[in-house]
Design a protein around this ligand. Structure first.
Ligand SMILES: [Zn+2]
Ligand SMILES: [Zn+2]
Length: 137
């Protein structure tokens, strides 16, 4: 966990954000949606939605009936996954360094691409795992 102030943004700089609360450890998601939107698997941290301030215009795509994904409409950066609950997932690659967070687990491993292996010695879940994804701080 990381308690300090964090900033991040997209490649072109049109969207920036600040996080004033703690960040969850980073979880890699190998689900088909994450692979299709990112080009590989994603790695996301998470913060309470009310601790995140977004500057600039995010383009939202409803990727399911319960969640939407936030992109930069200019450079296409994957920034956010906004689903049920009080937290907003933030794709870790968009954090400014030092992020203070560490990749800690993999989820939806059953849906991973067939062109790579998950070879890290980290916890894995075949699908969703609320013990991995909902904790913050
Ligand atoms: Zn951008
Ligand atoms: Zn996913």
């Amino acid at each position: 966990m990381s308690e300090s102030f964090h900033t991040g943004g997209c490649l072109c700089g049109a969207v920036r954000y600040e996080v004033t609360g703690p960040l969850r450890p980073v979880i890699a998601c190998h689900c088909t949606q994450c692979r299709k939107t990112s080009g590989h698997h994603v790695a996301a941290t998470s913060a309470r939605r009310d601790s995140v301030t977004i500057f600039g215009e995010v383009t939202w795509y409803a990727s399911s009936d319960y969640a939407r994904r936030g992109f930069c409409g200019t450079c296409g950066a994957n920034l956010f996954w906004d689903g049920p609950g009080a937290n907003l997932s933030i794709f870790a690659g968009t954090l400014d360094a030092p992020s203070g967070v560490v990749l800690s687990a993999h989820i939806y491993c059953d849906d991973k691409g067939d062109y790579y292996e998950i070879d890290e010695a980290l916890p894995r879940a075949g699908g969703f795992d609320p013990t991995l994804t909902t904790m913050v701080g």
